[in-house]
Design a protein around this ligand. Structure first.
Ligand SMILES: CC(C)(COP(=O)(O)OP(=O)(O)OC[C@H]1O[C@@H](n2cnc3c(N)ncnc32)[C@H](O)[C@@H]1OP(=O)(O)O)[C@@H](O)C(=O)NCCC(=O)NCCS
Length: 225
């Protein structure tokens, strides 16, 4: 049974104009290997039950989303770097938090990369803030919003990272990106953490973020050019 937070997100998304050609779906976490393809089940067999459940819920959500695009159920194996390997012709993204598993998918011809991130909308552990946020990320924000901002910045960066990784296959750290939550713009910084990203892959990206019933949902969709 869906949690009240999941129901709120479902209602919110149903009333939202998402970028064209995207399909999304949700699932509870489910620790049931019969819902997995053999490669998926093998990849997660030795994990603890909670991890198996979120992995399986994510795959179940992804297959539901694929189905709504008219795509038959197919395996989504996990690469060595833990990124999902989408079936030929599909791109997508999976996230899980607070007993909610979500996925978003599209035809790969339409988007070169998708990134979805779900987080509880809570204050971040102060020790982590400096690791995730630069001063610019936090500039100009009213004091009453500052406690919640770092987690929102984190979620935006995770969504952008996932979409960018799906497109370019390059890892980078949090300081490589600056995000503006007001405009939904993400840009690469001059920080040394951005040096792993070739210039050709350092273009600005856009993202959307919703705060809904105590959860943050961030989405980055990189159109194929
Ligand atoms: C991979 C990562 C982005 C996952 O984010 P998270 O908030 O911890 O967890 P989420 O539940 O939102 O997402 C997990 C899902 O992301 C997907 N994922 C994992 N690695 C990925 C990658 N490199 N690219 C795209 N998606 C990835 C997987 O589908 C995973 O779920 P699954 O293992 O059940 O299939 C994060 O753990 C990570 O390693 N980040 C690297 C450093 C970083 O974020 N840099 C940011 C630069 S701005």
């Amino acid at each position: 049974m869906m949690s009240p937070e999941a129901e709120s997100i479902r209602t919110m998304l149903a009333q939202t104009d998402l970028p064209l050609g995207l399909a999304w779906a949700m699932s509870d976490p489910i620790d049931d290997p019969s819902l997995l393809f053999p490669d998926e089940a093998k990849a997660i067999a030795k994990a603890v039950p909670n991890r198996r459940a979120e992995f399986t819920g994510g795959r179940a959500a992804a297959r539901k989303a694929m189905w709504s695009l008219g795509i038959h159920p197919a395996a989504i194996p996990m690469a060595d770097n833990r990124a999902p390997i989408w079936p030929e012709g599909i791109t997508g993204s999976i996230t899980h938090a607070d007993e909610i598993c979500m996925a978003i998918v599209s035809e790969a011809g339409r988007y070169a990369g998708l990134g979805l991130d779900l987080e509880p909308d809570v204050a971040m552990d102060p020790d982590l803030v400096a690791e995730v946020c630069s001063e610019d990320d936090l500039a100009g924000v009213p004091v009453e919003d500052q406690a919640f901002l770092p987690k929102r910045v984190f979620s935006a960066k995770e969504a952008v990272y996932k979409a960018h990784f799906a497109k370019a296959g390059i890892s980078f750290g949090f300081k490589a990106l600056a995000v503006d939550l007001k405009t939904g713009r993400a840009s690469f910084t001059a920080d040394s953490e951005a040096q792993s990203v070739p210039l050709i892959h350092r273009g600005d990206l856009s993202f959307q973020q919703w705060i809904c019933d105590g959860m943050i949902l961030s989405l980055c969709a990189i159109p194929r050019q």
